[in-house]
Design a protein around this ligand. Structure first.
Ligand SMILES: [Zn+2]
Ligand SMILES: [Zn+2]
Length: 251
């Protein structure tokens, strides 16, 4: 399994980080998780073809996680690929039909199947050899964290969230926990994570994950990277990785 970070930033623009997007290649076929602004343009930069993507998981509907989804569907259509399956939390169907409804010339040309998921749902997307489970994250809108289990490994993607027990349980004994880390240590924040609050949760619930990869950095995180690693490394057998755009991890 190969995981490519297409975007590791947030809603505020910053050098070197576009908004959220992670491409997971399973058995040669890729699945995209989140598709914020800037993610589409990262495909050629990562040496990937956007037309290979026909399955997208959305953690939630904030713009920094969905802004490039319709542009991706349009780009695929322009290259002759019109089918797409989009999984997301409650509200995804309404949101998608409203946004696509503004572009009548695309609407009738594409075949997009939207699947809304409830927390606790387990499923296997069509054409994939993996199992996916989701739980509710703690954020200002309905948000799902996903666990992807395939033959060669398993990982959890937290979406935007405060660190919480549900995600620690979801991540138990997985190879990799990709967790948001919006702000630096010591900041008091709701709906998001700091290394301090994540460390507290790892300490309390000890999910025994292999490694942690932090992503979804506000510009405020710049300069606090080593401190973030220092705060977290004692809770893991493996590494604390700081995601960068175009970084690849193998499981
Ligand atoms: Zn976000
Ligand atoms: Zn959000």
């Amino acid at each position: 399994m190969e995981i490519t970070f297409l975007g590791t930033g947030v809603a505020i623009p910053q050098m070197g980080r576009v908004q959220s997007g992670v491409l997971v290649r399973l058995e040669e076929k890729p699945m995209l998780i989140d598709c914020g602004s800037g993610v589409l343009n990262r495909f050629p930069e990562a040496g990937l073809s956007h037309t290979e993507v026909d399955t997208v998981l959305l953690s939630h509907l904030h713009l920094d996680h969905v802004a490039d989804l319709v542009p991706l569907i349009k780009a695929n259509w322009l290259r002759g690929k019109t089918d797409m399956r989009v999984y997301g939390p409650e509200g995804t169907d309404d949101w998608f039909s409203t946004v696509l409804g503004a572009y009548e010339y695309i609407q009738d040309e594409v075949d997009v199947d939207v699947v809304e998921l409830s927390p606790g749902k387990e499923f296997t997307p069509e054409g994939f050899d993996c199992e996916i489970t989701c739980v509710a994250a703690i954020h200002s809108v309905p948000t799902l964290a996903y666990r992807v289990t395939a033959e060669d490994g398993e990982f959890v993607y937290s979406g935007d969230t405060e660190p919480c027990r549900e995600i620690m349980d979801l991540a138990a004994e997985s190879d990799l926990l990709i967790h948001e880390c919006s702000f630096p240590p010591g900041i008091n924040v709701t709906n998001h994570t700091t290394p301090t609050t994540l460390a507290e949760m790892l300490d309390e619930y000890n999910p025994e994950v292999g490694s942690i990869c932090l992503t979804h950095f506000y510009p405020d995180m710049r300069g606090h990277e080593r401190e973030a690693i220092y705060r977290l490394k004692g809770y893991l057998e493996g590494e604390v990785i700081l995601a960068e755009d175009l970084m690849k991890l193998e499981l």
